[in-house]
Each structure stands twice: as C-alpha cells, then as structure tokens.
Ligand binder design. Structure first.
Ligand code: ATP
Ligand code: MG
Length: 469
C-alpha cells in the first residue's frame, strides 16, 4: 500500500495516533463499475452542484474486500434542506439527526447524510429528541471519528477515485482486525450496541477483534441491558439473517454477549452431563440456518419470518424445558403446553426483546407441534390430515432444520425455504414504508406519485430521483 500520508494539525489528543491516509486509485481495487448506478448518480449530482460527496461506511468496506455491499450510503457537506432541493424525489427522516433518502425506481433508496461531528448515540444530551442542527454538522475527519469501527469509517470519493482514511481502517481491513474507533470503553459506554456491531463484522468477515476492543466488550457487556430493547432485537435479527449466525453466536459466547442476552441458557450450558450437547445442538441449528442462506444466493429470498429465527435460537432450551418431543397433544394437554410455553417465553425472552404477541404465538406453534411432526413422520412424509393443517408449512420447515442439525439429514427440498422475488417488486415498486409521509413536493406528487408515495419525473430526459441540470 503506497498511500500518500499527510499530517493533519487539527487532530485532538485521541485522534493523534493516526494520520490521514489517502489511497490513490492504483492503491485499491474499488472500481466505479462496482458502485450502484443510483449511488453514482447522487455523487455526481452533488459534485455538479458544487458540494462534496463521499461513499461511506459499509459500502466502502465491502467494496474494498471485494464483497457486494448491501447498501450504499453517502455523506456530503450539503445540508438536509439543500439536499431536498437538489433531489426532487426524496424525503427527510430521523428526528435527532436528519437524513435524506433519495428514491429511485426498482425499490431503491440511497441515504444521504450531512457530515457530522457526532453520532446520534454519542450525544451529550441523550434526552433531547431534536438536537440543534448546527451543533452536529462536522468535517470529514469528525465524521470518520463518530463512526463505530475503523473498517466502517472510510470514505471513497469519485473525483480522484481515492479512499480517505482517518482512523487506520485500511490497515485493519488488510490485517483482518475489528477495532472500535477512538477509546473503546468510552465508545461502548456511550452506545453499547457497538459491541454487537463489532461481533457482527468479526463474524461476517472472519476478522479478529483487537485486544482493547475485546477487553472493553468483556468489561461492559452488561451494559447491553441498558439499550432500548427494540434496538437489540433488530440487531439480533440481522445477525440471525446474515448467513453467519453460527460464527456470531460463538463470538457472542466467548465475549459474554450471549449470556447477557440469553441468561436462561447459562444453567444448561454449565450442566456437567448435558452442557456440551446443548451448545453443540444450538450451533448445529444455526449452521443449518446459515446453510439455507448460503444456498439461497442467486436463487431468491429466504422465507423465514422473525418467529422462525427466534425459534431456532431458543429450540435447544425449549426442547429440554418442555420435553417437546415427548408430548401427547390431545384436548387440554395441547392448550396447557401452549400456555406454559407462551408464559415462559414472555418471562425469559419476549419482554426483554420487545417481541410482539403474534411472533410469540408463532414460536409457540412451532414448538408445540414438534412431537406431532416427529411421531407422524413416515419415510420423510406426513399423513394428509397433518399436511392440511395451517401450521404445517412452517412447522415442517422447522422440523427439516432440526433434522439437519441433530440427525445430519441434509435439507433436500430447498424450494420450501426460498421464494422467487416477485417480478413486480424487481421492476418498479417504490420503497416507502407503509404509513410514512412523503415529503415530495405537492407538484411532483400530482405528476406521478400516488398517496404517500414519492413521485417520479415523467420527463423522458430526466434522471429518476434527480432534478435535471
Ligand atoms: P451492513 O452491511 O450491515 O449494512 P453497515 O456498516 O453499512 O453494515 P449500517 O447499519 O448500514 O451498517 O450503518 C452504516 C454506517 O453507519 C456504519 O458503517 C457506521 O459507519 C455507521 N454506524 C452505524 N451504527 C453506528 C453506531 N452505533 N455508532 C457509530 N456509527 C455507526
Ligand atoms: Mg449499511
């Protein structure tokens, strides 16, 4: 790596350890063709309007590693109001920090944020819902230092095709290191969810968590209990869905994260006779889950709902707690078991993670029918009366994962787990969450938009989502 190194005189104490590194296009392998066209349109539009624009965060990280980014985020020195004027089909979201979403055809949203001096989770005034905008805008360097991990703090600019690194993120990407930006303890105390993010990216990329970061995680792991439950739940679901849930769980176990989130497993894991078996079973369930995500690539979308993912995570515990495979489910026995599972789920899991009742009920359904699926299975087939039940499709999927995990019977019928992405969705569906209000100007809404959806230009020469130059 032959990056140009420049001293930056304005670094604060904490930041002095690093010098700004600029990697020229010869020093990295990111090519413009790998960047989504919509993100490029936004970047060029910003440039043409006289603003700076950078690809940031996970997009740069993934491109540098040769992976396909999930999304492309952009940072700019343009303020939210200026962005709204520049991108006609956009809206502003976020209460504490305003972010502009630019809408494109094909369900595509590019999020553009103004460079900030502070993460929304690092605020000194955590109780204030809306921070005064002027206090939070910042320089490129400040924006790098407010981010979570060094590998997530890189900028890519299109003018000279350089990567700009203030925090040693390029070196960490080269070395396979996960390091929290700044002082790990302080950054974790400010936002404990960063612990989950560190583990996620270590698991996803097979990276090693750097020592100071690891120590800080071990020391402050209990602070996860202070986070909003819905944030923890959403982060957890991302990890269960990512295709590397087994690696995530192993790291979570090593760091104390698992025990903090799921203390009901402690006793089972520590059991002399069974502890190892329970752990092995849990990791095997997650491996079966990861296999489905791995095999779905390029084929479609995995159908698992949140309930299925949570059920996989909870199964080894539930199996023992309720003796799930040896139940006689007739009459009141069925209701008694359902009620017992539901009550206990509430107690140990659902309330802690703010899980909706409907999801809790679905998890219960998956557990309660396990014995029936097991008992009635003849050569991998079930009688017609069972196949007709409304719960059968989900329960048989769950059972197939269980069989792969505990009996090594690999899932053969992959189709039951993967659905094709509907053509309509591939084409032109607009990605505006239900119930949200578009801020697209009235004029545009009338021209193309419907109801709460943002409108699109019907002008043949216009670029979707962008004003014509
Ligand atoms: P993914 O591939 O899962 O989307 P990502 O790194 O892009 O990974 P996002 O949740 O999309 O993750 O966040 C975008 C960027 O915002 C991150 O790369 C990071 O720079 C910053 N970020 C996210 N969460 C935090 C946080 N809690 N504290 C500081 N910065 C954060
Ligand atoms: Mg992202």
């Amino acid at each position: 790596m032959n990056g140009t190194i420049e001293n930056d005189l304005q670094l604060t104490e904490e930041k002095k350890e690093h010098q700004r590194i600029i990697l020229s296009s010869q020093d990295h392998s990111i090519l413009e063709k790998d960047i989504e066209s919509e993100a490029l349109k936004v970047l060029y539009r910003l440039r043409d309007a006289g603003y700076s624009g950078y690809l940031v965060g996970g997009g740069v990280r993934d491109l540098y590693l040769g992976n396909k980014p999930k999304d492309f985020d952009i940072s700019t020195n343009a303020r939210p109001g200026q962005l709204r004027k520049l991108f006609r089909n956009s809206r502003t979201i976020g209460r504490r920090f305003r972010l502009v979403q630019v809408f494109f055809r094909g369900n595509k949203i590019i999020e553009v944020s103004t460079l900030r001096s502070q993460s929304e989770f690092d605020s000194n005034e955590p109780d204030k819902e809306v921070l005064p905008a002027n206090n939070t805008f910042g320089t490129l360097e400040e924006d790098a230092f407010r981010r979570d991990l060094t590998i997530n703090s890189l900028f890519y600019e299109i003018e000279n095709k350089t990567i700009i690194d203030y925090v040693g993120g390029v070196q960490d990407l080269n070395d396979g290191i996960i390091r929290i930006v700044g002082e790990p303890e302080q950054r974790i105390i400010r936002d404990p969810v960063r612990m989950l993010r560190a583990i996620r990216h270590a698991a996803r990329n097979g990276f090693t968590i750097e020592e100071k970061t690891l120590e800080a995680i071990r020391k402050h792991v209990n602070k996860l209990d202070l986070c909003p439950t819905s944030r923890i739940r959403d982060e957890l679901l991302k990890d269960l869905r990512g295709g590397t849930s087994k690696a995530w769980t192993e790291l979570a176990m090593q760091t104390g994260v698992f025990s903090t989130l799921f203390p009901f497993y402690d006793e089972l894991f520590q059991d002399e006779a069974e502890g190892e078996t329970v752990q092995r079973e849990l990791l095997a369930m997650l491996t079966a889950l990861d296999n489905i995500y791995g095999q779905s690539k390029g084929k479609g979308r995995v159908v698992f709902e949140d309930a299925m993912l949570f059920a996989i995570l909870l199964f080894p515990w539930a199996l023992r707690r309720f003796d799930l495979l040896n139940q006689e489910l007739k009459g009141p026995g069925y209701h008694r078991l359902s009620k017992a599972i539901r009550t206990e789920l509430d107690h140990i899991f659902a309330r802690r993670l703010n899980i909706k009742r409907v999801i809790k009920d679905k998890i219960t359904t998956l557990f309660v029918h396990m014995s029936s699926l097991q008992k009635n299975c003849k050569n991998g087939n079930w009688p017609a009366w069972l196949r007709k039940k409304s719960y059968f499709p989900d329960c048989s999927r769950f059972y197939a994962l269980y069989k792969e995990a505990v009996a090594g019977e690999a899932v053969t019928d992959l189709k039951q787990f993967i659905e094709e992405i509907p053509k309509a969705e591939k084409k032109e569906k607009l990605a505006v969450p239900a119930g949200t209000k578009s801020t697209a100007p009235e004029k545009n809404r009338r021209r193309g938009g419907q109801g709460n959806n943002p409108a699109f230009s019907s002008d043949k020469c216009g670029v979707f989502g962008l004003l014509k130059g």
